[in-house]
Design a protein around this ligand. Sequence first.
Ligand SMILES: Nc1ncnc2c1ncn2[C@@H]1O[C@H](COP(=O)(O)OP(=O)(O)O)[C@@H](O)[C@H]1O
Ligand SMILES: [Mg+2]
Length: 223
Amino acid sequence: MAAAYKVLKNTAKAGNAIIGAGVYSAVLQSGEAWKEKVIKIGNNTDDPWLDYVNLFQKSPLLQNNIHTPCVDRVYIDHQSEYYVANMEQLDTHTDFDNDLKLELCDSIKNLVMGEETKEEFRETWAEYSEFFPSGIDHFFLLTDEIERETDCFTFDDEEEWDGVDDYARKLDLHAANIMFRNNCVVITDPWCTLRVEDNPSMEDYIDKSDDKDIEYQCHIWSN
Ligand SMILES: Nc1ncnc2c1ncn2[C@@H]1O[C@H](COP(=O)(O)OP(=O)(O)O)[C@@H](O)[C@H]1O
Ligand SMILES: [Mg+2]
């Protein structure tokens, strides 16, 4: 944990702006903005994001799936409990209004939860081809795989799982974990673990830090 904060401080100090954070990680814009690359620094090497990257990089079904993020490199230090990944920069916004984006994120979550059928999903979103430039079936290849690899979908699943294994993959498909590449939907971080509340939050650390190097650069998103 301490090592993750140290890496975060050094990376920010080197001129990479902190542009996003969640419980497990902080994301910094890497070098010049036009390169559209980010560095993701994680504070837990059991972060299921690492499983996700492994899944879409190794699964023959997901080779070149445009709805997964392009991750160039991942360095994992299990002993010091941190990881550093280099990946493409994605957008939180689309050219459509924010309500539509939130509706889309909800719909994706419902689809994976089995609360919305593929037919219903297709009917709602077919006219928004910008979100699915290779067609909705191409998107379903990813959502099917996420569904297959999810351990806990609901609170009841969690209760049942309790005690078996702390590292179950719990579905975490909210709007902050779905991003966009020129309006194309990209699922960035589909899972958390059951013990997510016990994990010290990188976001809180950044919010509370009075270190001048550890500052959240929100303005990056506003242009
Ligand atoms: N490739 C990316 N480009 C730009 N910002 C990103 C990218 N990946 C994640 N972010 C931002 O960083 C936040 C945290 O990243 P995320 O992958 O969700 O990790 P976690 O929530 O486990 O810490 C996201 O909510 C998002 O705002
Ligand atoms: Mg997240």
